[in-house]
Design a protein around this ligand. Structure first.
Ligand code: AMP
Length: 550
């Protein structure tokens, strides 16, 4: 029989993170580029805690928010959004972050599915809110996230944020309750069927933040100066709004302006040391740096995830700008962190090309996440660096089911979540994603990794973005079509096609070479900054390879 330990059983509460930050790092700042004006706003953790307590009072007394209620946000990264994260979960309610880039019909569907009682939104989204408010029957209050002076011409609203909290006391005793109570809700941007809700708990978010703060993960410590460019409506901004105050790091919130010049100005002005976001954002910044001959010397590390890190981007930032690029992998259902790429002592002394190969892997498994790779029959595959299979995960910050019961088929009978990603693992716990299960190009019984093919194509100097999709082929079942957006000033011509093909010949196996290359003026980008393959498939649905009879 086990001997029960004599240790306190204290529930893990999100509010404790902010209490700690206010007490121990009270003068550390959250700097925001205000979404409503573009101006810079500064506020330290002590003041943030006071305002969060005012907001908690307002939520309970004015908006009648009770434990378990869902309160939605449609907002950019800002100090107010940060306060909402803590006040809503702190009173025992659930922060439902909504991605404003989604189709309005989908937003109405989500708010209704979640039965959101109140919605907090940035001024920029006022036209969206005016269009959907009538259809959102459960929502009793619409709060505009600004002050009275910026509230002109906004129709749908009960109050502004600053009016709502301004007359409230800054005394509030954070209640302690079951750590497994729901704290956050984020819907996956489902490519088929309705979106599915992932319901995070206090326990899962606190444990995830602790994991983020490990030094091989985000781990910037109290000297860190962190800018999450990844939005707070995209899986809790990868946990940074919890991890930063927990360690006492400075937070820089970029608001609505995510273009190259704005990001550069903020990075330089605030001496940001660590930034996190999807590849498209870093591509935009890189173009600006290259064109204007600017630098970002304060930045030590970039965490890049959400889709694969293109080799050209890795080399550009590391070789030309002296910034360490770190790839991470995860997903909404995983809070999101699963792997982060950090080199091991055994890699010291490897030459640059070997290091690049390792850095292009999705990263090393983070402690707390259990993983197995299985074949089509569910048999576990070895971690030998080559056996690719379906990735399944489990752990304290991984969803055990979807909100209100959808998508049960993603959960195995023996307690694992099927991620839908295909990957292999090596003996050091480094993961290499070869595809999404549904994006693998199946040709003559073999699999072509669309990610590898795209990455190779992105290495060509004329290519801005590339997407590989499997197209039906009478002989091979599927063959790759490469869809390319060329860089500004480059011609979409047969000569460019030939030059890309010629380049790929040296980069990928012969049988991977695309059967055709087509150009698009602008790649369709989804709500979370990733290339929308569903849209591309729609655009090319009647496509036939030249010279091939159906
Ligand atoms: P989301 O839930 O919107 O964050 O999307 C999660 C999915 O994004 C994962 O299941 C992967 O397919 C993809 N993803 C995330 N990070 C990476 C990465 N570093 N490389 C390749 N795919 C990634």
């Amino acid at each position: 029989m086990t001997l029960r330990a004599h240790m306190m059983d204290c529930p893990l509460m999100i509010s404790d993170i902010l209490v700690h930050a206010a007490k121990c790092h009270g003068d550390q700042e959250i700097v925001t580029r205000l979404p409503e004006s573009g101006q810079i706003h500064r506020q330290n953790y002590a003041r943030t805690h006071e305002r969060t307590k005012q907001l908690a009072n307002a939520l309970q007394k004015k908006l009648k928010i009770r434990e378990g209620d869902r309160v939605a946000t449609i907002a950019w990264n800002s100090h107010r959004h940060f306060e909402l994260y803590y006040a809503i979960s702190g009173v025992g309610a659930v922060v439902h972050t909504v991605n404003p880039r989604l189709d309005p019909k989908q937003i109405v569907w989500m708010l209704d599915h979640a039965q959101a009682k109140a919605v907090f939104f940035d001024k920029q989204f006022a036209p969206l809110i005016d269009g959907i408010a009538k259809a959102c029957k459960s929502v009793k209050n619409w709060v505009l996230m600004t002050d009275k002076s910026h509230a002109d011409a906004v129709q749908t609203r009960s109050k502004t944020y600053e009016e709502l909290i301004g007359d409230q006391p800054a005394d509030f005793d954070w209640p302690v309750f079951d750590e497994n109570a729901a704290a956050g809700l984020c819907y996956t941007s489902g490519t088929t069927g309705d979106p599915k809700g992932v319901l995070y708990s206090h326990r899962s978010n606190v444990l995830h933040a602790l994991a983020c703060n490990a030094s091989d993960v985000i781990g910037v410590g109290a000297r860190g100066n962190l800018m999450p460019v990844v939005p707070m409506f995209h899986v809790n901004a990868w946990g940074i709004p919890y991890a930063a105050p927990m360690s006492g790091a400075k937070l820089v919130m970029p608001g609505a302006q995510l273009d190259g010049p704005s990001l550069h100005e903020l990075i330089e002005g605030e001496k940001v040391s660590y930034v996190a976001g999807v590849p498209t954002v870093w591509l935009g910044l890189l173009n600006y740096l290259d064109k204007e001959q600017k630098r970002i010397d304060s930045v030590e590390r970039v965490l890049i995830g959400g889709s694969a890190l293109p080799e050209a981007l890795l080399r550009a930032y590391e070789d030309r700008y002296g910034v360490t690029m770190q790839q991470g992998w995860g997903m909404t259902e995983m809070s999101p962190l699963g792997t982060v790429n950090a080199l091991l002592p055994k890699h010291d002394g490897l030459d640059r090309e070997e290091i690049v190969k390792i850095k292009l892997k999705q990263g090393r498994l983070v402690f707390g996440v259990g993983m197995r790779i299985v074949d089509d029959e569910g048999r576990e595959l070895p971690w030998d660096g080559q056996s690719s299979g379906h990735v399944q995960v489990r752990g304290p910050w991984i969803a055990s089911s979807y909100y209100r019961g959808a998508g049960a088929e993603s959960f195995t009978g023996d307690g694992w979540f099927s991620t839908g990603d295909v990957a292999h693992m090596d003996g050091n716990g480094f993961m290499t994603i070869t595809d999404r299960s549904k994006d693998v190009i199946k040709t003559g019984g073999e699999w072509i990794s669309s990610i590898d093919l795209e990455n190779a194509a992105m290495g060509h100097p004329d290519v801005a973005m590339a997407a590989a999709v499997g197209m039906p082929h009478p002989k091979w079942q599927e063959r790759p079509l490469l869809i390319v957006q060329v860089k500004d000033g480059i011609e979409q011509s047969d000569a460019t096609r030939d030059s890309i093909l010629e380049y790929l010949r040296g980069e990928v196996p012969k049988w991977w070479l695309p059967d055709a290359i087509e150009f698009v003026d602008e790649m369709p980008i989804g709500a979370t900054g990733k290339i929308l393959k569903t849209k591309l498939r729609e655009m090319f649905k009647d496509y036939e390879f030249p010279g091939v009879e159906a």
